[in-house]
Write a protein that binds this ligand. Structure first.
Ligand code: FMN
Ligand code: SF4
Ligand code: SF4
Length: 371
């Protein structure tokens, strides 16, 4: 089986990439990712200056993951020295850069080319602090910095998209026309973990990046939309932590996938788990390579306007006397009631076919009746 993936003219040994972040915040971090099997590693974003690290920089609550870490705290020279000694061992090195102006981007792009980068990933924004708006809402400014990176180095340029840029046609056109043919989607969303009511203060000291599994549906939508409506090659990023997640992205059109928070949560070994899970699935399903499944699920995704509605009603498959009440409370059409004998009853005439009871009943007691 061929595990390789092609991205911006580069052949990757496999499509499991590591996204920009502290896990790839030094040559040592990059080495760990390579050793764990990554097809390519994107460095934490390298900028002209280093930014102070707020402590703590992570705010995690259950499955919610927030960070207030802004770019790499290593100086350019530290990157230069560290990467000079890096053994890429067949993996690709992608340097993420952020520049305030086109000339900064030009300078950084040339620097990372000298450091041995195989590609550049250009950061447009970070959801930490006020920079969030600086590029992602201005197509002309974005075009200038993309063009600066494209012209400064003889390397493929990937552009890391914040969520809102994925659905902004003028922005996408500007990026494409400026010469970038690969996009990574998505960056963290801007988030706040909550408010401490007793002390009347936010848990986080500033807005931060919201990432991890809860943002996966959003990154999946971005991948599918970009594949359906743009000519870009796509690196899917956002909430990916298992082989199954990576396969979903590929079936929605991604050429490769990037792991981020999953590494902070599960360690570098997550990379190997995803990779081996992918290999196993491909073998079990007798696929010779990812081109056989890339975009395979897109034909099931149609514009809303093209779908012909089919009336449907829920039916109760088996009597239920359990007292969980999930179905009754969530049926806003009052089609589900509890009878005097304690059992659940369904009035099909009142059912609006919303699907809530089918989706949520833990005992799978409901099914569809097509009308
Ligand atoms: C702690 C942390 C630091 C990050 N730093 C960067 C960064 O320097 N540059 C960048 O482009 N993205 C950065 N990201 C964003 C990730 O690369 C990724 O786009 C985002 O976390 C969504 O993926 P996930 O849901 O799998 O974590 C960072 C994310 C986290 C959690
Ligand atoms: S499908 Fe929706 S409307 Fe119909 S019974 Fe279930 S929850 Fe109620
Ligand atoms: S959700 Fe399912 S298990 Fe719970 S009361 Fe309704 S039918 Fe019974």
């Amino acid at each position: 089986m061929n595990m390789t993936a092609e991205l911006g003219g580069l052949v990757l040994r496999n499509p499991v990439m590591v996204a920009a972040g502290p896990w790839s915040g030094s040559a040592e971090g990059v080495r760990k990712c390579i050793e764990a099997g990554a097809g390519a590693v994107v460095t934490e974003t390298i900028a002209m200056e280093t930014y102070p690290i707020l402590h703590p920089y992570l705010h995690a609550q259950g499955t919610q993951f927030f960070n207030v870490k802004l770019y790499s705290h290593q100086y350019l020279e530290q990157w230069e020295n560290g990467l000079a000694a890096l053994d890429k061992d067949g993996a690709r090195l992608i340097c993420s850069i952020w520049g305030e102006t086109a000339s900064e981007v030009r300078y950084l792009a040339a620097c990372v080319e000298r450091m041995g980068a195989d590609a550049i990933e250009l950061s447009l924004s970070a959801p930490v602090g006020s920079r969030y708006r600086s590029y992602s809402t201005y197509p002309e400014r974005t075009a200038k910095i993309v063009e600066a990176a494209v012209k400064a180095a003889d390397l493929p340029v990937f552009v890391k998209l914040p969520y809102e840029a994925c659905f902004f046609p003028e922005m996408l056109q500007a990026i494409y026309d400026a010469g970038a043919k690969v996009v990574t989607a998505i960056e963290c969303l801007k988030g706040l973990s909550g408010v401490d009511l007793e002390n009347k203060q936010t848990f986080m000291p500033t807005f931060g990046g919201y990432s991890s599994e809860n943002i996966r549906p959003i990154s999946l939508a971005a991948t599918a939309m970009l594949k359906q409506y743009t000519p870009f090659q796509i690196c899917s990023c956002g909430g990916i932590s298992t082989a199954r997640h990576a396969l979903e992205s590929i079936m929605l059109g991604a050429s490769a996938t990037q792991l981020a928070s999953a590494i902070h949560i599960g360690g570098y070994e997550v990379i190997g788990h995803v990779l081996h899970g992918l290999e196993d699935w491909m073998e079990q399903h007798d696929h010779a390579g990812f081109s056989e499944i890339r975009g395979a699920a897109l034909s099931s995704l149609r514009p809303f306007e093209d779908i012909r509605p089919r009336p449907v009603r829920a039916k109760l498959l088996k009597p239920c006397a359990m007292d969980c009440n999930i179905c009754r409370l969530g049926c806003i059409y009052d089609a589900i009631t509890r009878q005097e004998d304690g059992s659940i009853a369904l009035n099909q005439k009142a059912c609006a076919g919303c699907g809530y009871c089918l989706a949520r009943c833990p005992e799978k007691k409901f099914a569809w009746d097509w009308i």
